[in-house]
Design a protein around this ligand. Structure first.
Ligand SMILES: [Zn+2]
Length: 120
């Protein structure tokens, strides 16, 4: 794990997707995958998770057709699965930092996240 000290720690920035005010974290794990703390600008935790779910995990293809994704994401056993993914991926985020209500209420906002590197 390679921890990066963030120069702008404590600065307030707006989430580039939903606009909520966020504070730059003190540190980021360079190898965090998914969900690494942003150094300058980026998304709030809820929007970053949404981007991961939509673009990288392609969650709509993992669930049975017709599944209400918002309802699925409110289920504790589904959320626990993500908690395990965060631990395995050395994520900067823990399950208790996720505001699932915010994830689902903003689900339909466009996702315009930069991809980090190539998918493998
Ligand atoms: Zn956001």
């Amino acid at each position: 794990m390679e921890i990066e000290i963030l120069e702008n720690a404590g600065a307030l920035v707006n989430c580039s997707r939903c606009g909520i005010v966020c504070q730059i974290a003190q540190t980021a794990n360079k190898e965090a995958r998914p969900l690494k703390h942003a150094a300058k600008e980026g998304c709030c935790v809820a929007c970053a998770l949404t981007g991961f779910l939509k673009l990288e995990l392609e969650i709509e293809h993992l669930l049975p057709p017709g599944t209400d994704i918002s309802e699925a994401l409110k289920m504790p056993h589904i959320q626990q699965q993500f908690g395990r993914v965060f631990i395995a991926g050395q994520s900067d985020v823990t399950l208790d930092q996720i505001n699932w209500e915010r994830v689902t209420s903003n689900w339909d906002l466009p996702v315009v996240l930069k991809r980090r590197g190539r998918r493998s």
